[in-house]
Design a protein around this ligand. Structure first.
Ligand SMILES: Cc1cc2nc3c(=O)[nH]c(=O)nc-3n(C[C@H](O)[C@H](O)[C@H](O)COP(=O)(O)O)c2cc1C
Length: 176
């Protein structure tokens, strides 16, 4: 199939085609404000600086998560392993606005040390973050969070997301 190019960004298929060519990790983005607590799947979550350790997340303004981050000024990131595709699917397919995702998915949780939101257990990397910048950007808002506490398990493998499907990492490749 020949490559596709152009500037037809107003066409949904063109935008989706470009997006489907990317591969990302999936984080479970947890939030809490008062009694409301939530978990949402977030593929647009990544480290942007190592020292200090900072993450960005890009969140649609209509997601319940968005309001909870704005209200609390913090969020938890729990990067999924390749055994957590089902949890990612549930967290990314339902909204706190109409569904109790916690009951649906039986998410394994543990109490964070520095933020109110719960963290998801058995993940490759967890980071408890305080928001240091909020940037509305087109159809999403980019929140930058500075890690207050982090934990990771080098034995676990990340879950990948590409073309709307879940994948595990393939074989390691030689550098030369
Ligand atoms: C694998 C996966 C990754 C997703 N990544 C993002 C993302 O990076 N940013 C975003 O705004 N929504 C993303 N979504 C969509 C939200 O997770 C979804 O709309 C969710 O229902 C919002 O939940 P909430 O309203 O309870 O916050 C993703 C969905 C899936 C399945």
């Amino acid at each position: 199939m020949p490559s596709i190019e152009g500037n037809q960004f107003d066409e949904r298929d063109f935008r989706r085609g470009a997006w489907h060519q990317t591969a990302t990790m999936v984080a479970l983005l947890t939030t809490r404000a008062g009694e409301r607590q939530n978990v949402m799947a977030c593929e647009w979550a990544m480290i942007v600086t190592l020292n200090p350790l900072r993450f960005v997340v890009s969140v649609g303004p209509h997601h319940a998560t968005h309001a909870l981050i704005e209200e609390s000024g913090e969020f938890g990131l729990s990067f999924c392993t390749d055994r957590q595709a089902r949890l990612a699917h549930i967290a990314g397919s339902y909204s706190l606005n109409d569904t109790d995702k916690w009951a649906l998915g039986k998410f394994p949780t543990y109490a964070a040390k520095t933020i109110a939101a719960q963290m998801i257990a058995d993940c490759t990397l967890n980071a408890e973050c305080k928001v240091i910048s909020t940037q509305p950007l087109g159809d999403h808002t980019v929140f930058t969070g500075e890690a207050q506490w982090a934990r990771y398990d080098p034995a676990l493998q990340p879950l990948l997301y590409s073309a709307g499907k879940y994948w595990s990492m393939g074989a390691q490749l030689p550098k030369e």
